[in-house]
Structures are given as C-alpha cells and as structure tokens.
Design a protein around this ligand. Structure first.
Ligand code: GCW
Length: 677
C-alpha cells in the first residue's frame, strides 16, 4: 500500500526533472512539498517495534514520508516513549545533526512527522536545541460526510462520493484515492470520519454495506482514521427484522446489540454511530413516545462493550415553533446529565442552521453535565458553495474563542470525487482549517491561512500577503453582501446559493421561508427574540442575555437576529437602520470586487491552471455580491419605502427580473457559473 506513494512521488520527480511542464490540478492539496534531494537517515529508537505489525503501521508511513520529503542532512530518530506526550501528542527536538520525534503512541509519531514536514515547507526550520511540544485540544477530530449510498452528496459541490456508488465496487476502484484521502487527513490531525449522510438510509446497516465499510476502514486505518456510520433510527423496522423501532422494546434492543456485534466483528476499531433523530422528517425515539435520552442511551449501551460512542445531533426543530432558534435548547436542556458517558451531543455552531453568521448556540454555554461537540459545516451550503471563496476559520473562531472543544469537533465535509477534491482550490483551505483547528483550537486564522497558502501555492511574499488578506476578510465580506446585521436564512427556495428574501409559497411551513426570519414590514425588520418577543435571549447566560436583550447594547452583527428594528430608528453608530443596511451591503460588494482585483494581480506567482480556475470564481463572486445586494435592498425597500442614501450607487438589477429568475440547480450540483444573472 505504502509503496504506491513512493511510485507516485518518484514519477512526479522524474517528470519535473525532465523539465516537462506539470499541469496543476489541485489534487495534491497542501501536500505539494518537493521530494528531498538527499537521503535522510531514519532511526527507530524503540527496538521492540515491529513496523510491519498493524499497531505500528503509522511508523512505517512516517518513515517513508520523512525519507521522501525531509530536505536536510539530519538523522531523524523516532521513538515511542511512555514518558513522551500522549493522546496523539508528540515532541520534536533538534540536537546537533539529529531531530528526535517522540510520542507515547505510533500515531503521535506520524502526526509529529507531518508537523515537521509542514514546518520545513513553510520555511520554519528548527534551531539547534529547540523543542516543540504539541497535543491536540480535541480528542475526536471528525469529518462528517453527507454521502448517500447512491453516490450523490447532500449539499456537496465537488462531484460524487468517494466512498459509495450504486454499483458497490467503488472501493476497489478508489483505493488510491482513499489512501490519498487518509493521508491528507492525517497530515492535519483528523482522526475519524463518518462515511454516510445523517439523513441515513437503513440500507447502510445491511451486511453488504458493512462489508464495504470494512474495506474502507482497512484502507484508512494505518493513517489513524477511525470509521463511524450515521444510522437511521428506524433501521430495525425498516430492514424488516422487527415490527417497531421503539428503543425500549426488548426485540429492538437485541436487534441493535446484534448489529453492533456484527459491525465490530468486521471492524474491531469501529468508532460508533452518528444519529439525526426526530429532525426534518427523520425517524427517532419520539415516534414511539420516547425521548432523546431513551434513544441515545439504548444505542450507547449496545456500543459500550466495544468502546464505541454515539454522537446524537441536537439539530431539531418542529414545524409550528414560534422561534426555531429556541427549540434545541428547549428539547435538550432538561436532559442535561441524563446521557450515558459514551454519548456526545453534536451541536451546530449556531441555533438555526449554518447561516453566514449566527450567534453561538446557547447549549454551548449551558450544557454542563453532558458531553458536547460542535458541528461545523465545511461544505459551503450557505456560503456560496464551491463558487465563492470564503475562508471559514474566522467564523469558526467565533465559537472556539468561547467554547473548549475538549471532547471533539465534527465538520461536514466538502470533499467529492472532483479532481481538486473540493470543487475549488480555495475551498481546500476550509478542509485544512477545520483539521488544524480541531488539532489546536488556539491557532489563529492568520496562522492557518499563512501556512495553508505557503504549502498550497507558494512562499513568495508577493502572493502570500495579499492572498492572506483576501482570505481573512472573506467571511466578513460574505456576511455583508449576503446577510449583514444578523439577518439570516433569506436564501432561495430551491437552493441555498442565491437570494430570495421574498420566497414564501402558500402552504409551505413558515420556517422554511425567509419572511419567517427577516420579518420585514412597514415599521422595520428583524426577529424579536427579546424578553418581549420569543424570549430566546433568556437561553443565554448573563451578561450576554441582558446585552442581547438591550437594543442599544446588542452587537450590530446580531441586531436583527435579536431585535425588530424600525427603518428610521437611529442606531448607536448614528445612522438609521435603513441607511446602515444599504451601506453595509455596499461595503460587501466593494470588498468582493476588491478580492477579484487582487486576484487578477496574482497571475505571475502561481500556475496558470489554478490561477484561472479561481479567477473565474472571484469574478463570479463579485457579480453575485451585486445580485445579493440588489435583491435584498430592492425587496426590503418595498417595505421601508426609503431611497438609497446618496452615496450608495443605484441597483444594477431590477426586482421584477430578479424575482422571475430561477437558478436550475439541485443539492448535488454546484451553481453553474455561466447561468447566473
Ligand atoms: O443544513 C441543513 C441542510 C440539510 C441537512 C440538515 C442537517 C443533512 O439543508 O440538507 O441535512 O441541515 O444538518 O441535518
């Protein structure tokens, strides 16, 4: 298996040495380090280690990576040492002509290896006597793939699944790809992956699919990637074995115990289950008059003997709730402390749904006796798909700055079978950033962007500095041109790419339509979540609750999330709501345009292929910013009846045309760049 890499790498080297122009297709991700010109001596200092035994496979991989990529005349010593950092941690020390990587586990040595190679690639070589110690801040660092068994990917914008297809033979065909996938993940510290969509097919648990999972797990295992599955709560009934899926029914309990045994017999280091229950039509314990605790604990008990875990999602909301943002807290807070110790509640970063910006989910402040892990969305469902370049680290930092992700963190993957994995070369930065933040939540967005750019493109300052600036400003810019000031969920009905703040077909449940969220009327706009409104503010601890409740102290970025504000009301900044809104949308457009201008100057520094692929995207992003601005401002203007402030340019589009425009895309296809208005 490992030999393969050597072959790929050596072939690449030969091509480069022959001076043949090497077309960049983004497939190598951030692992574009040149092959070493010299031979490094690798010494494994732990004599008891047999590198061919499965337990020590990470050391064999580490050895190979070091031999191929370390470019200096050093001797590298690897040692598994009980006194060294544990839990995947490692230390790296330079002493004269030797570098010592030590860890309490073989896996830690592999992480140390990738760290050393990363430092070399970004030009941070170790000084003599210098020592680095790294220990991950989260123990579970997982990707969640929303891959369906037929090969489509829910909210995937980079092609089809690399794991599943109707034919079932995909694993054999994709073995190389799966090794590359495992290696890329290991290089940034990701240690687990959920292979299928949370909208889970019961078919996932058939013996045939378990066998396929086993084959995938075998490929990923040497890189320290554990495999997990999403399960459909009604599987026992759906697969026809039991007449119910009631979690307290003895036959159901037995069914799950047997199923879990079957899985562990096939995959001894299987990680556990991820469950979306009683959410958006998925089955769950409430269908049988039981609770989330009944459901989660039953599965946890079945997994416990094997060391498996249950990640139970808190993403729930009912059709008639007066405020969707309140519901997860209302449903789960009463159960704090009632879950088994191998249950982790998986909570989206915000209380609604991966919007461009949301306040932090209140459960992160309040669940004190339950294990909680955040769920981020790496795939840009609500942030311009694989078209807009939006670097998400600054958004995730809003949560990691206040919540310690000790138990773990999950990221909904943006990976598909497209040549560059993510549909856009810039979107790779979000996969990378997720892994790095999962490893060390204290890293800054600047640090992550800096190391990613240097590894993925070039260390040339003339490229690194401007591109880093663009990346770091991109999330805030996207919020400004899509949904500033706490506005949320005003996306189009058929897709979540473009704006349709007016979308409200008769008969559709209200919380699936934008007016439910923006509440624009003659007086003003915004969702009143104060103590006079839905009282969502009270789910936050003090002093946040009072701050959010007070219109003068509520941060502007959340103003219309928590308050219904009059169009002509003066804000603390001195402007009226209407003028401020116009100005912010405008700023967003200007920023998106400046990203395009900057990118156009980057051509001299990188390969033509990736330059052009992103040039097209940056151009489109700037146009889309206008589309968003015009659609939103012209629509809200039908309520405010106020003119744009004098310094705001007139709209480029007219509202009637925009309203007639329907983008023909579905969940599984990225927005077609050339069809947009
Ligand atoms: O973000 C929404 C998506 C759904 C998704 C759901 C969830 C997997 O629009 O496609 O379903 O959330 O997180 O369960």
């Amino acid at each position: 298996m490992m030999k393969l890499y050597k072959r790929v790498a050596i072939a690449t080297l030969l091509v480069l040495q022959a001076g043949i122009l090497f077309a960049e297709d983004g497939h190598q991700l951030w692992l574009r380090m040149p092959l070493a010109a010299n031979i490094v001596k690798i010494v494994v200092d732990s004599p008891q280690i047999d590198e061919t035994s499965p337990k020590y496979q990470p050391i064999a991989i580490a050895r190979e990576e070091l031999e191929l990529y370390v470019n200096s005349n050093v001797e590298i010593h690897l040692a598994v040492d009980a006194a060294a950092p544990a839990d995947d941690g490692f230390s790296i020390t330079k002493n004269g002509n030797s570098i010592f990587i030590k860890s309490a586990s073989a896996q830690g040595l592999l992480y140390g290896t990738y760290h050393l190679i990363r430092l070399q690639t970004i030009g941070k070589t170790l000084k003599n006597g210098q020592s680095i110690v790294e220990k991950p801040t989260s123990s579970l660092r997982l990707l969640n793939h929303w891959d369906n068994l037929n090969g489509t990917i829910e909210r995937g914008f980079a092609g089809r699944s690399i794991f599943w297809s109707n034919k079932g033979d995909i694993i054999d065909q994709n073995e190389t790809l799966l090794i590359e996938y495992a290696r890329a993940n290991a290089s940034i510290g990701i240690n687990g992956t959920v292979l299928n969509n949370v909208n889970a097919s019961p078919q996932m648990l058939t013996s045939e699919r378990i066998d396929q999972t086993k084959r995938i797990a075998k490929i990923l295992d040497p890189y320290g990637i554990k495999v997990y599955l999403s399960v459909n709560f009604a599987s026992p009934r759906a697969l026809g074995d039991v007449s119910t899926a009631d979690p307290l029914d003895p036959d159901v309990i037995r069914w799950w115990q047997n199923k879990v045994k079957e899985i562990y017999d096939a995959i001894p280091n299987f990680g556990g289950f991820l469950v979306k229950a009683n959410s958006e039509g998925e089955p769950g314990p409430q269908d049988f008059g039981r609770t989330h605790v009944d459901g989660a604990n039953m599965l946890a008990d079945a997994l416990k003997p094997y060391g498996g875990i249950v990640m139970w999602r808190a993403f729930v909301y009912a059709a008639n709730s007066p405020d969707r943002a309140c519901q997860a807290y209302e449903e789960f807070m009463p159960f704090d402390g009632k879950f088994r110790d191998n249950v982790i509640l998986q909570v989206k970063n915000g209380p609604v749904d991966f919007q461009p910006r949301e306040p932090i989910h209140p459960l992160f402040y309040s669940m004190k006796h339950t294990k909680v892990m955040p769920e981020f969305q790496i795939t840009q469902e609500y942030l311009g798909e694989s078209v807009h370049s939006v670097f998400l680290a600054p958004m995730w930092k809003e949560l990691t700055d206040v919540f310690k992700m000790t138990e773990g963190v999950a990221g909904v993957s943006n990976i598909g079978d497209s040549q560059n994995w993510c549909g856009s070369d810039m979107a790779q930065a979000n996969w990378y950033a997720f892994g790095r933040l999962a490893w060390n939540q204290n890293l800054t967005s600047q640090e992550i962007a800096d190391e990613w750019i240097k590894q993925t493109f070039t260390t040339n300052k003339k490229f690194v500095d401007p591109v880093k600036k663009v990346m770091l400003g991109s999330h805030e810019a996207c919020v400004k041109y899509m949904m500033p000031m706490g506005i949320h969920h005003i996306f189009a009905g058929g897709h979540h790419y473009g704006p349709e703040p007016w979308y409200a077909p008769r008969g559709l449940r209200a919380d699936w339509t934008p007016p439910y969220y923006h509440k624009a009327d003659e007086f003003g706009m915004g969702f009143d979540r104060t103590t006079n409104g839905s009282n969502n503010v009270s789910q936050y601890p003090e002093p946040l609750a009072s701050q959010y409740n007070d219109i003068r102290r509520c941060p502007e970025k959340y103003l219309l999330w928590f308050h219904h504000v009059g169009w002509t009301q003066k804000l603390t900044c001195g402007e009226t709501l209407w003028n401020r809104l116009c100005h912010i949308y405008d700023e967003g457009v200007r920023e998106a345009e400046s990203f395009y201008t900057t990118w156009q100057k980057m051509a001299p520094y990188i390969d033509a292929e990736r330059y052009e692929q992103l040039r097209i995207r940056y151009e489109r992003q700037a146009k889309d910013a206008w589309w968003w601005r015009d659609a939103c401002l012209l629509y809200f203007q039908t309520f405010s009846k106020l003119p744009f402030p004098k310094d705001c340019p007139p709209a480029r589009h007219d509202l009637e045309t925009l309203k007639k425009y329907h983008l023909a895309i579905d969940n599984y296809t990225a927005a077609p760049i050339d069809q947009l208005p």
